[in-house]
Design a protein around this ligand. Structure first.
Ligand SMILES: [Zn+2]
Length: 135
């Protein structure tokens, strides 16, 4: 099973994209491959798939630090929609802090943009869980 949760081998799924053998055919598969790249610590890929327009805001050091400090345990795609050259993917990535053993969920709504036929991750917005009672 691939890291991203699909019933395929990593090398037949996200690995193909990460190794540059194939391009993501959708924003969602790009998102999945970026999740797998985090696990595989392919930081170069995370940078390459970042939208050239927003690449300057990418904090590569912070990404690397995070990836090395946690162990991911699952990806859940909640919502995925494409419209022409733009897409939105909402997901939850579960992980465990290797130091504290604490389990956490990274809930994000990501924006993607297609340029010259290639999907790029543009930016993400963290969804913060409300504490206490709802309403
Ligand atoms: Zn995959």
């Amino acid at each position: 099973m691939c890291h991203c949760g699909k019933q395929e081998k990593l090398s037949d799924c996200c690995g193909r994209l990460i190794e540059g053998d194939d391009l993501a055919d959708s924003a969602e598969s790009l998102m999945r491959s970026r999740y797998s790249a985090f696990i595989e610590k392919k930081f170069e890929y995370l940078q390459e798939t970042q939208d050239p327009q927003t690449r300057s805001i990418l904090d590569r050091a912070a990404n690397e630090e995070f990836a090395l400090a946690v162990e991911f345990s699952g990806l859940e795609i909640l919502f995925s929609q494409e419209k022409e050259n733009k897409a939105v993917v909402e997901f939850i990535a579960s992980y465990r802090d290797l130091k504290t053993n604490e389990l956490s969920k990274h809930h994000e709504v990501s924006q993607f943009r297609k340029q010259a036929g290639i999907w790029y991750y543009r930016q993400g917005k963290m969804q913060v869980k409300k504490q206490g009672k709802d309403k």
